[in-house]
Design a protein around this ligand. Sequence first.
Ligand SMILES: Cc1cc2nc3c(=O)[nH]c(=O)nc-3n(C[C@H](O)[C@H](O)[C@H](O)COP(=O)(O)OP(=O)(O)OC[C@H]3O[C@@H](n4cnc5c(N)ncnc54)[C@H](O)[C@@H]3O)c2cc1C
Length: 365
Amino acid sequence: MPSRFDAVVVGAGAVGLAVARKLALSGRSVLALERHGRHGLETSSRNSEVVHSGLYYPKGSLKARLCLEGNRRLYEYCRERGVFVRNTGKLVVACSEDEVPKLSELKARGAANGVEGLSLVDGAEAARRAPGVKALAALWIASTGIIDSEELMQAYRSDAERAGAIFLWGGALTGAARKDGGYELQISGEDEPVWARCVVNSAGLGADAVAALPGLDVDAAGCRLHYFKGEYFTLKRRRPIETLVYPVPATHGLGIHLTIDRQGAQRLGPNAFAVKSLDYDIDAGHAVEFWRAASRYLPDLSPDELMPGTTGIRPKLSADGTFRDFVVAEESARGLPGWVNLVGIESPGLTCSLTLADAAAALLP
Ligand SMILES: Cc1cc2nc3c(=O)[nH]c(=O)nc-3n(C[C@H](O)[C@H](O)[C@H](O)COP(=O)(O)OP(=O)(O)OC[C@H]3O[C@@H](n4cnc5c(N)ncnc54)[C@H](O)[C@@H]3O)c2cc1C
């Protein structure tokens, strides 16, 4: 392996792979480091696999802008590269009178963000689009879909490798210091350091720790991460529902929603609660909470239909789970030129993988 690179990318989740692809395709020599033995073993394989529309986020935020464009780009890329994607559409359902006006607010917010294909429908139309769902009214979002995140990551990785990017598996970044106009990087398992002119930190749940390596004060920079777990329960009985069904959103997440995967399996989730460590166990006792939340819109749901499924952990920038935008920052102002931090890349990070990669690349010298 060479010892000098134009760019080192830290982390091979969906975002790191998309960044490595983008930089390699633009002709840079790229080394991508991943602490595990393969790509995508953390958040990128532990999520709802939804191609979001850009509905929820405050106008002008990075999440809104990168998601709107990311949605379009992701469909286009998947179709070109034969990655599974399906434009299922989605219903946000109001189940009580006080939730009905919130649908109009969401519609207005989505429209302000530039989301097209939004329409308010009544309960009968919601039930026609999602048989078995009971709601007073709903917001239909045409551009939402589902994707196979593993296929997506494989496509990014093979594009990157074909363009010359080198991946180092089991190579964690453990140290970084300014040297010769770039960075000298210590990597676990490597005797010699590697030098890179630029570094892109797309280390997901480890992004604050990686940001601290060259000396950044992560608290002063607003980059301290807080972990919020999300659990999923799979439904034993499949319903004839082919679209996604979400409640009106709550503070910490989008609420317990019903998603489908490419095999047609239907699952409920995720919930959201703070955790201190990267522990992916599921608490089967939470099935009752899921049943209570989802039976508001799926009245025939019974608690014994819920089987414990997977979990994922959100890298959140706020300790109380409230909204914070993605951090996409080139750190010259903090004495680290050519170092780009991508921190707090929670949902809709999968949808934004191509647009986050473009945003990171645009910040590099
Ligand atoms: C419950 C849940 C549901 C979600 N649902 C959706 C959804 O439906 N749609 C959507 O668009 N988004 C969703 N998201 C968000 C989406 O999954 C993430 O934003 C996206 O996967 C982040 O990708 P990433 O590459 O930044 O992070 P990751 O996939 O976590 O990758 C980071 C990588 O960095 C590696 N790493 C860490 N530290 C180091 C180090 N020191 N050296 C080397 N490697 C290191 C890790 O091992 C990891 O592989 C969801 C997230 C969660 C938790």
